[in-house]
Design a protein around this ligand. Structure first.
Ligand SMILES: Nc1ncnc2c1ncn2[C@@H]1O[C@H](COP(=O)(O)OP(=O)(O)OP(=O)(O)O)[C@@H](O)[C@H]1O
Ligand SMILES: O=C(O)[C@H](O)[C@@H](O)[C@H](O)[C@H](O)CO
Length: 373
């Protein structure tokens, strides 16, 4: 059967292991055929001396198996280099042998054909012409270190029918491949989310610290608390008056709207000072350090420019609204423009401060500090 190029990105390598007579050769060949994977028969890579030893009833030693395992590693790597999945039939009796194979092919899967001594002896004895004598079955069991507990291992009862074994192994391989693919997909998704989180994040450090900053924070925090409390009380009072007493406070909506405008603009200035505004750095982070500084500088110049333009607009509105009053309460409408003007001026100043910071701090500090808004 012709091997298909191996399309699965994970769990594409399998060793069918066990003592002599467990059915490695036959079952692994059937599994390889069913999956369309390359079949590698480890017995074909024993040097002639090893075969002669076994024929003579002498168990192989670690040393005898060393070069054989090396040859098997080469075969597995060759299959992988050719882009083929493979099933290797190999006794792999000791943990150290399996580790040697895993070293060459990380993530290698093992199916252990677990068989009892009597069945193994019976099967080996019923194979006329094979070099392996039944006298060596004892030594096979003596050497065997079961793989239970090692990674990517399935133990199956080798006394089952051939069809049941092939179906079981095939299903396990497919399940493992699906799980590996979905966990790879999950990993990719996680890393996408991580990089998205890195791309859009809160600025890590405050722009400016010091006595004035502390005063500014106290002032803005206090102002926001008062505005918030006022809005809650105004809206709540109005609702209670309206539904409980059939009256109302006509100015509540207008004043809470005004408080909201103040809250937003005071909040923007406060958030900017603390470095808490959302920043996007996905593209900027791909530049070398110097280019990052230049991009950051340009970004802060744009922030300063845009803030100044907004301040100018707010100033024009202040002049225009001078003398005008609101319809319900009658407060001067410049009160709604003042927070915009003040906030935009603060933003422009902070942007200039940050521009200076950029070139005064070390490149590393600049890296964590920079905002591209
Ligand atoms: N599930 C099974 N039921 C009955 N007989 C089986 C089963 N699997 C394999 N056999 C038979 O058992 C004998 C040994 O099988 P096989 O040669 O595949 O084992 P092996 O583990 O590769 O042995 P060795 O390592 O000595 O080559 C063969 O005659 C095979 O037809
Ligand atoms: O590690 C081993 O002792 C050998 O690989 C044996 O398992 C034989 O090769 C096999 O049994 C003969 O078919």
């Amino acid at each position: 059967m012709q091997q298909q190029p191996c399309a699965l990105p994970a769990r594409t390598t399998l060793v069918v292991m066990g003592v002599s007579g467990s059915g490695k050769s036959e079952i692994s060949q059937a599994v390889a055929t069913a999956l369309g994977w390359r079949h590698i028969e480890a017995d074909h890579f024993h040097p002639p001396e090893n075969v002669e030893r076994m024929r003579a009833g002498i168990p192989l030693s670690d040393e005898d198996r060393r070069h054989w395992l090396d040859a098997l590693c080469e075969q597995m790597l060759a299959a992988q280099a050719a882009g083929e999945c493979f099933v290797l039939a190999c006794s792999a009796l000791k943990r150290a042998y399996r580790e040697r194979l895993r070293q060459a092919v990380p993530g290698l899967q093992f199916v252990h054909l677990d068989i009892d001594h009597a069945t193994a002896v019976q099967r080996v004895g019923a194979r006329p012409g094979h070099f392996m004598p039944t006298s060596l079955v004892d030594s096979q069991f003596a050497t065997l270190e079961k793989p239970a507990g090692e990674p990517y291992v399935r133990v199956v009862d080798a006394q089952q029918s051939r069809q049941a074994l092939v179906a079981d192994i095939q299903a396990w391989v497919r399940r493992e491949a699906t799980e590996a693919v979905s966990s790879q997909a999950q990993d990719m998704l996680d890393s996408e989310i991580d990089s998205a989180n890195q791309a859009a994040q809160l600025g890590a450090e405050p722009i400016y610290e010091g006595r004035i900053a502390r005063m500014f924070d106290r002032l803005t925090d206090g102002l926001m608390a008062v505005l918030m409390a006022f809005m809650v009380v105004a809206v709540f009072t109005n609702v209670v008056l309206r539904y409980a007493f059939g009256t109302g406070w006509p100015g509540a909506e207008e004043l809470s709207r005004l408080a909201f405008v103040w809250l937003v603009f005071v909040g923007v200035a406060s958030g900017m000072r603390r470095g808490e505004l959302m920043t996007f750095r996905m593209i900027r982070d791909r530049f070398p350090l110097l280019a990052q500084r230049l991009v950051d500088s340009l970004s802060w110049i744009l922030v300063a420019g845009a803030s100044l333009l907004s301040a100018l607009g707010a100033w024009n509105q202040v002049q225009f609204g001078w003398g005008n009053v609101s319809t319900v309460v009658g407060y001067p409408v410049v009160l709604a423009m003042l927070p915009v003007l003040a906030s935009m001026l603060v933003l422009a100043i902070l942007a200039v401060v940050q521009l200076v910071n950029l070139w005064r701090r070390t490149p590393q500090a600049t890296l964590t500090q920079a905002h591209v808004e």
